[in-house]
Design a protein around this ligand. Structure first.
Ligand SMILES: Nc1ncnc2c1ncn2[C@@H]1O[C@H](COP(=O)(O)OP(=O)(O)OP(=O)(O)O)[C@@H](O)[C@H]1O
Length: 261
């Protein structure tokens, strides 16, 4: 459920970036609440990935700010944003291919918790790490593969492990950029169910760049439409999809492929 506290977990204010003369993200202001999943849609080159890059810190804004729980994080580097809860799937999380699934998760959980100075607390600390890893394995449905090397997993299972590693960082914000791209028809639904499960737990704020309308209909509480870097529409899926400007630009011309962009 969304937080009782009405302050947004993530906020962008007049966020903009210019590449030479081209404005890729243009004065985008939006707020994202805890427990919600927002789909970000728009045609190729609309600025969706660049918007994510500005939030995660991979690109510096030319103008505007990013706030995490009310703190201005615009000047923070990628690692600091990640440490404080800005998670981005498949880019900030990288697998260690020659470690097992469980070892990959253990490393991230340990890094998050750190090892305090009290050696007598080590045993209980290791036990809590182990329990958390078991819980993560269950969430990402890789318990049966916990002792396999990450590099031996299928593409879909590797993506789920990456989501598990992001979860192990206990992020407040989770950004997914076309999460099922390149997946087989068997693998994609498993990952989407995982995202739905994370959403249903209610304690993360999820942003999803997605082209597939059926995925958006199933998962999104809200849709933001970007067009030429500008925020063209923002609202609940029913409202946004009924807007003439959105229907003409994104829906009207693509009835067969059933895609937004
Ligand atoms: N590092 C960069 N240098 C120069 N131009 C860039 C850079 N990154 C993005 N752009 C430009 O910014 C615009 C927005 O690109 P972006 O990748 O964010 O679009 P998108 O909506 O994610 O598109 P797609 O759906 O194809 O992934 C494009 O015109 C792109 O060429």
């Amino acid at each position: 459920m969304p937080s009782q506290d009405s302050s947004p977990v993530l906020k962008t204010q007049n966020l903009s970036i210019r590449f030479g003369g081209h404005i890729a993200v243009d004065q985008v202001s939006a707020e994202f609440e805890q427990g919600t999943l927002t789909a970000i849609v728009g045609p190729n080159g609309a600025g969706k990935t660049t918007y994510f890059n500005l939030i995660s810190g991979q690109l510096p804004a030319s103008e505007g700010d990013v706030y995490l729980e009310g703190r201005n994080i615009s000047n923070w580097a990628i690692a600091k944003r990640a440490k404080h809860g800005v998670g981005r799937a498949f880019q900030l999380t990288q697998l260690f291919p020659n470690l097992t699934v469980a070892e990959n998760l253990t490393l991230v959980v340990q890094a998050r918790l750190g090892f305090g100075p009290k050696i007598w607390a080590l045993a209980s600390r290791l036990n809590s790490v182990k329990k958390e890893v078991e819980s993560l394995l269950d969430t990402i449905e890789l318990t049966s593969k916990s002792q396999e090397l990450a590099r031996a997993l299928s593409h879909g299972a590797q993506r789920r492990l990456e989501v598990g590693m992001m979860l192990a960082m206990d992020p407040k914000v989770m950004m997914f950029d076309e999460p099922t791209a390149g997946m087989s028809v068997d693998e994609a639904p498993v990952l989407l169910e995982l995202i739905a499960k994370i959403k249903s737990e209610g304690n993360r704020t999820i942003l999803l760049v997605e082209h597939k309308l059926d995925v958006i209909r199933t998962l999104a509480d809200r849709i933001i439409v970007l067009h030429n870097g500008k925020l063209l529409a923002d609202g609940n899926p029913e409202k946004v999809m009924s807007l003439d400007v959105v229907r003409q630009a994104y829906l009207g011309e693509l009835p067969e492929s059933d895609e937004v962009a």
